[in-house]
Design a protein around this ligand. Structure first.
Ligand SMILES: [Zn+2]
Length: 289
């Protein structure tokens, strides 16, 4: 697979329709190597990673895009993030008595959160209701952004991949581009012939030729994707702040230091009594104990 760990934009020349293709291999395996996941969980995790890889490319600014699902199925939570259009991380939590078969996420909610480096945090929520992730995301674009969007996702535990096709907003395209339903229906009918196997294995150029050989498709250079955790000593300290000064200080005294483990990458951060005091310095509560 020559297009591993990338996301590539494409545009149908003369049609107000754009698209993206993403393929993940090493980044996906790096995430799976952090935890031993059951195969169906690993597959869904791959779909989530492919989805954040695609969605982050629809952002016109630097920031963090995350998907978080909570359901009543075997998987309790599933979360994937893409930061600055390149750094990926993901994690799933599932029932202790997990068994193959039955609903994975079941009925629940999917939160799409966008945190620009500069500007306001935005969150949209759509119902999962046992839909596929792709269908839930299409609902999101229909409800929140009112942009016609179709998404295809696949993952097999080794590779994850996705394709997004989207009508361009009226204001964003040149007058030479045509907005017509026939073109949209034609492109989507062709895209719907794509199999999971093709999505996972075909290099981008061959995939686009296979689907749209009668259309003129322009591509941009692919952007890379890789696994890297966004955790840090500073960010993990927020977990300590949430338990409060008295309790955090007492824990540090009792244990010598407090260890906070990152769930995404298994990094450990240690906080001494002095660290805890520095962390809460300037906080009024420090005088209480
Ligand atoms: Zn981490």
């Amino acid at each position: 697979m020559s297009d591993a760990d990338q996301c590539q934009r494409f545009l149908f020349d003369q049609l107000a329709i754009r698209g993206e293709l993403t393929g993940l291999q090493k980044s996906y395996r790096d995430v799976l190597s952090q935890h031993p996941y059951p195969v169906p969980v690993a597959r869904l995790l791959g779909e989530f990673m492919a989805a954040v890889s695609l969605l982050s490319d629809t952002l016109k600014f630097r920031g963090l895009l995350s998907l978080q699902a909570r359901g009543n199925g075997q998987i309790r939570t599933l979360m994937a993030e893409c930061e600055h259009h390149e750094r990926l991380r993901a994690i799933a939590r599932y029932n202790d008595d997990y068994i193959d078969g039955g609903p994975q996420l079941g009925e629940g909610q999917l939160a799409i959160t966008i945190e620009p480096d500069q500007g306001k945090r935005y969150q949209g929520i759509v119902s999962l209701d046992d839909h596929s992730l792709a269908a839930a995301l299409e609902d999101y674009f229909r409800q929140s952004e009112q942009i016609r969007t179709r998404i295809w996702l696949a993952a097999d535990g080794e590779r994850a991949a996705g394709m997004l096709i989207q009508a361009m907003p009226e204001s964003a395209h040149e007058s030479s581009l045509i907005h017509d339903s026939d073109a949209w229906d034609r492109v989507i009918a062709l895209a719907d012939t794509l199999t999971d196997e093709e999505l996972l294995t075909l290099p981008n150029e061959r995939l686009l030729t296979r689907l749209f050989h009668e259309e003129t498709v322009r591509t941009w250079p692919p952007q890379r994707r890789y696994f890297e955790c966004t955790c840090s000593h500073e960010r993990s300290a927020r977990a300590l702040q949430s338990i409060g000064y008295s309790e955090a200080r007492q824990l540090a005294v009792e244990q010598g230091s407090i260890q906070v483990d990152c769930q995404f990458c298994r990094a450990s951060y240690h906080y001494t009594v002095e660290d805890v005091e520095a962390l809460f310095a300037g906080d009024d509560n420090t005088s209480l104990n």
